[in-house]
Design a protein around this ligand. Structure first.
Ligand SMILES: Nc1ncnc2c1ncn2[C@@H]1O[C@H](COP(=O)(O)OP(=O)(O)OP(=O)(O)O)[C@@H](O)[C@H]1O
Ligand SMILES: [Mg+2]
Length: 283
Protein backbone atom coordinates (compact mmCIF):
# COMPACT_ATOMS: atom_id res chain seq x y z
CA UNK A 1 0.00 0.00 0.00
CA UNK A 2 1.48 3.41 -0.94
CA UNK A 3 1.99 6.06 1.74
CA UNK A 4 -0.80 8.21 0.34
CA UNK A 5 -3.25 5.41 0.24
CA UNK A 6 -2.34 4.43 3.76
CA UNK A 7 -2.80 8.00 4.99
CA UNK A 8 -6.16 8.27 3.24
CA UNK A 9 -7.17 5.00 4.80
CA UNK A 10 -6.17 6.19 8.25
CA UNK A 11 -7.96 9.51 7.74
CA UNK A 12 -11.15 7.80 6.81
CA UNK A 13 -10.86 5.50 9.80
CA UNK A 14 -10.34 8.54 12.02
CA UNK A 15 -13.32 10.30 10.45
CA UNK A 16 -15.39 7.24 11.16
CA UNK A 17 -14.19 7.09 14.74
CA UNK A 18 -15.01 10.72 15.55
CA UNK A 19 -17.34 10.96 18.49
CA UNK A 20 -19.77 13.33 16.79
CA UNK A 21 -19.91 11.31 13.62
CA UNK A 22 -23.31 9.79 13.07
CA UNK A 23 -22.93 6.42 11.48
CA UNK A 24 -25.07 5.81 8.45
CA UNK A 25 -26.56 2.71 9.93
CA UNK A 26 -27.66 4.63 13.01
CA UNK A 27 -29.78 6.97 10.95
CA UNK A 28 -33.38 6.17 10.15
CA UNK A 29 -33.61 4.12 6.99
CA UNK A 30 -34.11 7.36 5.15
CA UNK A 31 -33.33 6.20 1.72
CA UNK A 32 -32.40 9.37 -0.18
CA UNK A 33 -34.34 8.04 -3.14
CA UNK A 34 -37.48 7.63 -1.04
CA UNK A 35 -39.78 10.42 -2.21
CA UNK A 36 -42.89 10.76 -0.08
CA UNK A 37 -43.73 14.30 -1.10
CA UNK A 38 -47.26 13.12 -1.89
CA UNK A 39 -47.52 11.64 1.60
CA UNK A 40 -48.03 8.15 0.18
CA UNK A 41 -45.43 5.61 1.22
CA UNK A 42 -46.62 2.58 -0.70
CA UNK A 43 -48.47 2.21 -3.99
CA UNK A 44 -49.86 -1.03 -5.37
CA UNK A 45 -51.65 -0.42 -8.65
CA UNK A 46 -53.52 -2.93 -10.81
CA UNK A 47 -51.54 -5.77 -9.28
CA UNK A 48 -52.45 -9.32 -10.25
CA UNK A 49 -50.85 -12.69 -9.66
CA UNK A 50 -52.07 -16.18 -10.49
CA UNK A 51 -50.96 -19.53 -9.13
CA UNK A 52 -51.75 -22.36 -11.54
CA UNK A 53 -54.48 -20.28 -13.16
CA UNK A 54 -56.00 -19.17 -9.83
CA UNK A 55 -55.98 -15.39 -9.40
CA UNK A 56 -54.83 -14.93 -5.81
CA UNK A 57 -54.41 -11.17 -6.35
CA UNK A 58 -56.77 -9.58 -8.82
CA UNK A 59 -56.28 -5.98 -9.98
CA UNK A 60 -55.41 -4.89 -6.46
CA UNK A 61 -55.09 -1.18 -5.76
CA UNK A 62 -53.78 -0.21 -2.34
CA UNK A 63 -52.22 3.00 -1.05
CA UNK A 64 -50.56 3.36 2.34
CA UNK A 65 -49.89 6.84 3.74
CA UNK A 66 -46.66 7.83 5.39
CA UNK A 67 -46.95 7.08 9.12
CA UNK A 68 -50.37 5.47 9.01
CA UNK A 69 -51.49 2.32 10.80
CA UNK A 70 -53.55 0.23 8.39
CA UNK A 71 -55.42 -2.93 9.24
CA UNK A 72 -56.09 -5.45 6.51
CA UNK A 73 -58.80 -8.00 7.09
CA UNK A 74 -60.49 -10.54 4.88
CA UNK A 75 -61.49 -14.20 4.86
CA UNK A 76 -58.99 -17.06 4.52
CA UNK A 77 -57.47 -17.13 1.07
CA UNK A 78 -58.35 -13.48 0.35
CA UNK A 79 -54.75 -12.81 -0.67
CA UNK A 80 -53.50 -10.93 2.42
CA UNK A 81 -50.26 -12.86 2.84
CA UNK A 82 -49.70 -12.95 -0.92
CA UNK A 83 -50.02 -9.16 -0.94
CA UNK A 84 -47.20 -8.98 1.64
CA UNK A 85 -45.16 -11.46 -0.40
CA UNK A 86 -45.47 -9.10 -3.37
CA UNK A 87 -44.45 -6.01 -1.39
CA UNK A 88 -41.36 -7.76 0.00
CA UNK A 89 -40.33 -9.27 -3.33
CA UNK A 90 -40.95 -12.89 -2.34
CA UNK A 91 -43.61 -13.21 -5.04
CA UNK A 92 -43.50 -11.31 -8.32
CA UNK A 93 -46.84 -10.17 -9.73
CA UNK A 94 -47.85 -11.03 -13.29
CA UNK A 95 -48.88 -7.43 -13.87
CA UNK A 96 -49.23 -4.09 -12.12
CA UNK A 97 -46.87 -1.71 -10.36
CA UNK A 98 -45.52 -1.54 -6.82
CA UNK A 99 -43.76 1.64 -5.69
CA UNK A 100 -42.16 2.64 -2.40
CA UNK A 101 -42.73 6.38 -2.39
CA UNK A 102 -42.89 8.09 -5.75
CA UNK A 103 -39.71 6.76 -7.17
CA UNK A 104 -38.59 3.37 -5.88
CA UNK A 105 -39.90 0.61 -8.09
CA UNK A 106 -40.00 -2.41 -5.79
CA UNK A 107 -40.51 -4.79 -8.68
CA UNK A 108 -36.95 -4.04 -9.76
CA UNK A 109 -35.41 -4.83 -6.37
CA UNK A 110 -34.40 -8.13 -4.83
CA UNK A 111 -35.77 -9.21 -1.43
CA UNK A 112 -32.65 -8.00 0.48
CA UNK A 113 -32.67 -4.72 -1.45
CA UNK A 114 -36.31 -4.16 -0.50
CA UNK A 115 -35.45 -4.81 3.15
CA UNK A 116 -32.55 -2.36 2.94
CA UNK A 117 -34.78 0.24 1.26
CA UNK A 118 -36.75 0.30 4.53
CA UNK A 119 -39.41 -2.41 4.49
CA UNK A 120 -39.47 -4.85 7.41
CA UNK A 121 -41.72 -7.87 7.63
CA UNK A 122 -42.74 -9.92 10.59
CA UNK A 123 -43.88 -13.43 9.89
CA UNK A 124 -46.38 -15.17 12.10
CA UNK A 125 -43.98 -17.62 13.68
CA UNK A 126 -41.32 -15.87 15.77
CA UNK A 127 -37.82 -16.57 14.53
CA UNK A 128 -35.73 -15.36 17.45
CA UNK A 129 -32.49 -17.11 18.41
CA UNK A 130 -33.59 -19.04 21.47
CA UNK A 131 -30.11 -19.61 22.89
CA UNK A 132 -29.14 -15.95 22.78
CA UNK A 133 -30.21 -13.27 25.20
CA UNK A 134 -32.79 -10.65 24.29
CA UNK A 135 -30.02 -8.08 23.87
CA UNK A 136 -27.90 -10.37 21.74
CA UNK A 137 -30.85 -10.97 19.45
CA UNK A 138 -31.22 -7.22 18.96
CA UNK A 139 -27.48 -6.78 18.46
CA UNK A 140 -27.44 -9.47 15.84
CA UNK A 141 -30.39 -7.91 14.03
CA UNK A 142 -28.43 -4.68 13.78
CA UNK A 143 -25.22 -6.33 12.68
CA UNK A 144 -27.06 -8.24 9.97
CA UNK A 145 -26.32 -6.21 6.90
CA UNK A 146 -23.45 -4.04 7.96
CA UNK A 147 -19.87 -5.11 7.45
CA UNK A 148 -18.64 -1.88 8.99
CA UNK A 149 -20.16 -3.02 12.25
CA UNK A 150 -17.56 -5.71 12.71
CA UNK A 151 -14.70 -3.44 11.65
CA UNK A 152 -15.41 -0.65 14.14
CA UNK A 153 -17.06 -2.72 16.73
CA UNK A 154 -15.54 -1.11 19.83
CA UNK A 155 -16.45 2.42 18.80
CA UNK A 156 -19.89 1.45 17.64
CA UNK A 157 -20.86 -0.23 20.85
CA UNK A 158 -22.00 2.99 22.52
CA UNK A 159 -24.24 4.02 19.66
CA UNK A 160 -25.53 0.49 19.20
CA UNK A 161 -26.30 0.13 22.88
CA UNK A 162 -28.28 3.33 22.79
CA UNK A 163 -30.43 1.99 19.98
CA UNK A 164 -30.82 -1.33 21.78
CA UNK A 165 -32.00 0.50 24.91
CA UNK A 166 -34.48 2.50 22.86
CA UNK A 167 -35.89 -0.61 21.24
CA UNK A 168 -36.01 -2.55 24.53
CA UNK A 169 -38.09 0.28 25.95
CA UNK A 170 -40.43 0.29 22.95
CA UNK A 171 -41.03 -3.46 23.05
CA UNK A 172 -41.33 -3.53 26.84
CA UNK A 173 -38.49 -6.00 27.46
CA UNK A 174 -36.09 -3.83 29.46
CA UNK A 175 -36.13 -6.10 32.47
CA UNK A 176 -35.80 -9.23 30.29
CA UNK A 177 -32.75 -7.96 28.44
CA UNK A 178 -30.33 -10.56 29.81
CA UNK A 179 -32.68 -13.52 29.74
CA UNK A 180 -32.32 -15.98 26.93
CA UNK A 181 -34.98 -15.59 24.28
CA UNK A 182 -35.93 -19.24 24.65
CA UNK A 183 -37.54 -18.68 28.05
CA UNK A 184 -39.71 -15.74 26.96
CA UNK A 185 -43.46 -16.13 26.67
CA UNK A 186 -44.97 -16.43 23.20
CA UNK A 187 -46.02 -12.78 23.29
CA UNK A 188 -42.60 -11.59 24.43
CA UNK A 189 -40.97 -13.50 21.58
CA UNK A 190 -43.27 -11.76 19.14
CA UNK A 191 -42.31 -8.37 20.56
CA UNK A 192 -38.64 -9.28 20.42
CA UNK A 193 -39.00 -10.10 16.78
CA UNK A 194 -40.67 -6.75 16.15
CA UNK A 195 -37.74 -5.22 18.04
CA UNK A 196 -35.29 -7.01 15.77
CA UNK A 197 -37.02 -5.47 12.78
CA UNK A 198 -36.89 -2.06 14.43
CA UNK A 199 -33.11 -2.28 14.79
CA UNK A 200 -32.94 -1.78 11.02
CA UNK A 201 -35.17 1.31 11.30
CA UNK A 202 -37.67 0.32 8.64
CA UNK A 203 -39.99 2.96 7.26
CA UNK A 204 -42.71 0.41 6.58
CA UNK A 205 -43.52 -2.54 8.84
CA UNK A 206 -45.65 -5.43 7.63
CA UNK A 207 -47.07 -7.60 10.37
CA UNK A 208 -49.00 -10.79 9.57
CA UNK A 209 -51.35 -12.05 12.30
CA UNK A 210 -49.39 -10.65 15.26
CA UNK A 211 -51.75 -11.72 18.05
CA UNK A 212 -52.44 -15.33 17.08
CA UNK A 213 -51.87 -17.43 20.22
CA UNK A 214 -51.54 -14.44 22.54
CA UNK A 215 -53.24 -13.93 25.89
CA UNK A 216 -55.59 -10.96 26.25
CA UNK A 217 -52.99 -9.07 28.21
CA UNK A 218 -50.39 -9.69 25.51
CA UNK A 219 -52.86 -8.53 22.89
CA UNK A 220 -53.41 -5.25 24.74
CA UNK A 221 -49.68 -4.72 24.97
CA UNK A 222 -49.27 -5.50 21.25
CA UNK A 223 -52.00 -3.00 20.43
CA UNK A 224 -50.08 -0.35 22.37
CA UNK A 225 -46.82 -1.27 20.68
CA UNK A 226 -48.15 -1.15 17.12
CA UNK A 227 -50.03 2.07 17.82
CA UNK A 228 -46.88 3.67 19.22
CA UNK A 229 -44.88 2.69 16.13
CA UNK A 230 -47.27 4.45 13.75
CA UNK A 231 -46.21 8.00 12.99
CA UNK A 232 -42.51 7.24 12.79
CA UNK A 233 -43.32 4.18 10.70
CA UNK A 234 -46.16 3.10 8.50
CA UNK A 235 -47.54 -0.14 9.89
CA UNK A 236 -49.66 -2.62 7.93
CA UNK A 237 -51.31 -5.21 10.14
CA UNK A 238 -53.08 -8.29 8.81
CA UNK A 239 -55.22 -9.85 11.52
CA UNK A 240 -58.28 -12.10 11.91
CA UNK A 241 -59.02 -11.19 15.53
CA UNK A 242 -61.71 -8.53 15.11
CA UNK A 243 -61.60 -7.41 18.71
CA UNK A 244 -57.93 -6.70 18.32
CA UNK A 245 -58.44 -4.95 14.98
CA UNK A 246 -61.13 -2.78 16.52
CA UNK A 247 -58.76 -1.81 19.33
CA UNK A 248 -56.12 -0.40 16.96
CA UNK A 249 -58.06 0.38 13.80
CA UNK A 250 -58.03 3.70 12.05
CA UNK A 251 -58.48 2.81 8.43
CA UNK A 252 -59.39 -0.76 7.60
CA UNK A 253 -59.12 -2.43 4.20
CA UNK A 254 -61.16 -5.54 3.49
CA UNK A 255 -59.59 -7.87 0.95
CA UNK A 256 -61.69 -10.45 -0.83
CA UNK A 257 -60.67 -12.65 -3.76
CA UNK A 258 -57.51 -10.65 -4.25
CA UNK A 259 -59.14 -7.21 -4.49
CA UNK A 260 -60.23 -4.43 -2.15
CA UNK A 261 -63.86 -5.04 -1.22
CA UNK A 262 -64.25 -2.12 1.18
CA UNK A 263 -62.17 0.51 2.94
CA UNK A 264 -62.95 2.87 5.79
CA UNK A 265 -63.33 3.00 9.54
CA UNK A 266 -64.04 -0.24 11.40
CA UNK A 267 -67.69 0.74 11.77
CA UNK A 268 -68.00 1.62 8.11
CA UNK A 269 -66.58 -1.65 6.86
CA UNK A 270 -68.42 -3.79 9.41
CA UNK A 271 -71.73 -2.25 8.36
CA UNK A 272 -70.98 -2.54 4.66
CA UNK A 273 -73.46 -5.09 3.22
CA UNK A 274 -70.79 -6.47 0.86
CA UNK A 275 -68.53 -7.17 3.83
CA UNK A 276 -71.33 -8.70 5.89
CA UNK A 277 -72.15 -10.95 2.97
CA UNK A 278 -68.55 -12.14 2.60
CA UNK A 279 -68.15 -12.86 6.31
CA UNK A 280 -71.57 -14.27 7.06
CA UNK A 281 -72.95 -15.34 3.70
CA UNK A 282 -70.25 -17.86 2.86
CA UNK A 283 -69.17 -18.08 -0.77
N1 LIG B 1 -47.12 -19.95 -3.60
C1 LIG B 1 -48.38 -20.29 -3.82
N2 LIG B 1 -48.70 -21.28 -4.71
C2 LIG B 1 -49.97 -21.61 -4.96
N3 LIG B 1 -51.03 -21.00 -4.41
C3 LIG B 1 -50.80 -20.04 -3.53
C4 LIG B 1 -49.48 -19.62 -3.19
N4 LIG B 1 -49.57 -18.60 -2.28
C5 LIG B 1 -50.88 -18.42 -2.06
N5 LIG B 1 -51.62 -19.26 -2.81
C6 LIG B 1 -53.09 -19.29 -2.86
O1 LIG B 1 -53.52 -17.96 -3.02
C7 LIG B 1 -54.69 -17.69 -2.23
C8 LIG B 1 -54.43 -16.55 -1.30
O2 LIG B 1 -53.61 -17.01 -0.25
P1 LIG B 1 -53.09 -16.08 0.93
O3 LIG B 1 -52.18 -16.92 1.73
O4 LIG B 1 -52.53 -14.85 0.37
O5 LIG B 1 -54.43 -15.77 1.71
P2 LIG B 1 -54.63 -15.04 3.10
O6 LIG B 1 -55.60 -13.93 2.86
O7 LIG B 1 -53.33 -14.70 3.70
O8 LIG B 1 -55.36 -16.19 3.94
P3 LIG B 1 -55.27 -16.52 5.52
O9 LIG B 1 -56.19 -15.55 6.19
O10 LIG B 1 -55.79 -17.92 5.60
O11 LIG B 1 -53.86 -16.39 5.95
C9 LIG B 1 -55.03 -19.00 -1.53
O12 LIG B 1 -56.01 -19.67 -2.30
C10 LIG B 1 -53.71 -19.76 -1.56
O13 LIG B 1 -53.93 -21.15 -1.58
MG1 LIG C 1 -52.32 -15.29 5.42
Amino acid sequence: MSGNLLREGLDSVRATMRRDRVFDFMLPADNPRLDISHNTLLYLEDVSVSFDGFRAINNLNLYIDDGELRCIIGPNGAGKTTMMDIITGKTRPDSGTVYFGQRINLLKLSEPEIARAGIGRKFQKPTVFENLSVMENLELAMAGEKGVWRTFRARLDAAANERIDEVLELIGLVSERRRSAGVLSHGQKQWLEIGMLLMQRPRLLLVDEPVAGMTHQEMDRTAELLTSLAGDHSVVVVEHDMEFVRSIARKVTVLHQGSVLAEGSMDEVQNDPKVVEVYLGGD
